[in-house]
Design a protein. Sequence first.
Length: 339
Amino acid sequence: MKLYRVPKFTGPDSLTLCEEPDPAPPVAGQVIVRIRATSINFRDLIGLQGLLQIGTGMAPNHIPMCDGAGEVVAVGEGVTRARPGDRVALTFHPTWIAGRIPDDFNVLGRSCHLNDGLLAQFTKVHQSEIVIIPDHLSFEEAATLPCAGVTAWAALQGQVSLRPGDDVMVMGTGGVAVIALQLAKAAGARVIATTTTPAKQDRLRELGADVVIDSSVAGWSQGILDATGGRGVDIALDVGGPSGWAETIKATRECGRISLVGALDRSMGDMPSLFMRRGINLNPTRVGSREQFEQMNRAITQARIVPVIDRVFGFDEAAEAFHYFASASRIGKVVIRVD
């Protein structure tokens, strides 16, 4: 099969067309997909430039690009989500099926760390990584959805609520903190409370706090990390304001939620109170789960939405497609058709 690899991070011209053996037959739970189209996202461009080398990053000589749609050509034993001939797209986050982001979450998504990208004629994945695409969309149109489409859907749909077993941080002993402690415990959460007053620690424990942290100590977030095995809390309620935000962020798990419910200090002037008065929520959005992808596809089918494509390039024009994408003259998506 033909595919592209990236032996060095020097931009679009580092894309190297290769000829390699087709994937081995699928084993239990696996499917082989014949990729028909892939679309370019900004993260793909900066990946070629070596600017995604954070965390696990992109391995040298990886197969690039996170978006792709095609048809199933072979399935392994026990596969129930697809049959040969089905038209599918690949999920951006291979391990995020539904609900809250999992602990093994790779924030950079497909084509980073242990999973290859989709600028190739074939790919072999677990059946959990595919979704059926709407019948009225072409492969080129469907290939625009896994990253940009699902990100937009997730941004519009909001966040996952508190669940039993979650770790929740409440700050201080004010009215909001105390009732939040009680509600979180009633919902089955484990509550970690903070206070700057040692005399209040016993009272917080009496109210149900599972762990109490002295936040008058520099670097108090480490106590919360220690209490959560280095993971951080799922939800943090911050009533203090900007001077403590850095510690609150450190104390919160990757892709967790911080609810800003107060701003006792004024280290950033009136900015925090502007958020409070206007009720504005800060919601850093990740590309969504497979469940959200499938929800979006149902909405696309119902409304007969057709994604906007600016231009389609051939497989041998991959570098040219990236250069065109980088020019920022496009409206909609830039797609590479995989021959």
